[in-house]
Design a protein around this ligand. Structure first.
Ligand code: UTP
Length: 292
């Protein structure tokens, strides 16, 4: 079965980016000249997703507006002969069908995903976290594509996993499991932000998932866990125990754009590939490296 719907949870408070996120959603902070959310929507579209369910909180109307028409702006750009930019804006708004749902209180990632249930119904769906950027080359498979393909061929929910050093294990949801012959992991256990020594596993969840609709049933039953939030990882564990769950590595470069350092790294690396900026930034970084 093909995965055609995706949920993008973007209703968190973004406290790591205060004061900027007091009025600007972190998903609208730019990586060079495009908001983070655009990279995420593009990844979904490249994986064949047609309907995008955006879970937004207060002050998130900027995200909705970004995917909507701006008559005044487009009219002015057209009159000024800036047809290339008009085309870019048109392309953005016709990329996918964006459906916006409000999460009235930030009760956790699991709760945000559950908010998408009325639109997803009984279909399998992808989840792409609004503050995790995955950059893949034009000829490379996107992470969501890898997961959707795994779902189509195995019928099993599949989540992205990456190896992290021991010192970073406490920052992530961690999966434990056994390697299959094809390199995927059959998940046995899922632990939300384990404390030191709680797990030997280094397989962390970077925020890309494809689930069968059964996950909603487990989310409904999930009681608030760590930090009083409804944790997606708790429902994933139930899914792993009942239907089975796979974890897969991926090819893309990944940045935690909800974290200040990750956000800066994404900006620098994307700018290094940007035709307008590549050379001058490279020269600047070389000069700077000699002074620090
Ligand atoms: P994070 O925990 O990284 O986001 O959630 P946050 O709470 O906004 O960040 P900080 O720690 O306060 O800076 C991961 C993703 O889940 C979404 C966030 O928007 C982010 O994309 N999320 C989280 C929701 O949509 N709703 C929630 O209740 C919690």
């Amino acid at each position: 079965m093909k995965v055609k719907k995706a949920i993008i949870p973007a209703a968190g408070l973004g406290t790591r980016f205060l004061p900027a996120t007091k009025t600007v959603p972190k998903e609208m902070l730019p990586i060079v000249d495009r908001p983070s959310i655009l990279y995420i929507v593009e990844e979904a579209v490249r994986a064949g997703i047609e309907d995008i369910i955006l879970i937004a909180g207060r002050q998130k109307t900027a995200i909705d507006d970004f995917f909507d028409v701006s008559y005044e702006l487009e009219d002015k750009l057209a009159k000024d002969g800036k047809t290339e930019m008009v085309e870019t804006l048109k392309k953005i708004r016709s990329m996918a069908n964006i459906i916006s749902i409000r999460q009235k209180q930030p009760l956790g990632l699991g709760h945000a995903v559950l908010c998408g249930r009325p639109i997803v119904g009984r279909e399998p769906f992808a989840v792409l976290l609004g503050d995790e950027i995955m950059i893949s080359k034009a000829d490379q498979e996107t992470t969501t594509e890898t997961l959707a393909k795994s779902f189509s061929s195995t019928g099993l929910s599949t989540v992205a996993a990456m190896e992290v050093p021991e010192s970073e294990v406490h920052k992530y949801g961690i999966v434990e499991g056994d390697k299959n012959a094809d390199g995927t992991i059959r998940v046995r256990n899922v632990i939300e932000k384990p404390s030191k020594g709680q797990t030997q596993s280094r397989w962390a969840l970077p925020g890309r998932y494809v689930f069968s609709a059964e996950i909603f049933q487990y989310l409904e039953e999930t009681k608030p866990g760590k930090n009083g939030e409804i944790q997606l990882t708790d429902a994933m564990l139930q899914l792993a125990k009942s239907q089975g769950l796979l974890a897969s590595s991926f090819q893309s470069r990944r940045y935690d754009a909800g974290d200040k350092l990750g956000f800066l790294q994404a900006n620098i690396e994307v700018a290094l590939d940007h035709p307008e900026l590549s050379q001058s930034l490279r020269e600047y970084l070389r000069r700077l490296a000699q002074t620090i």
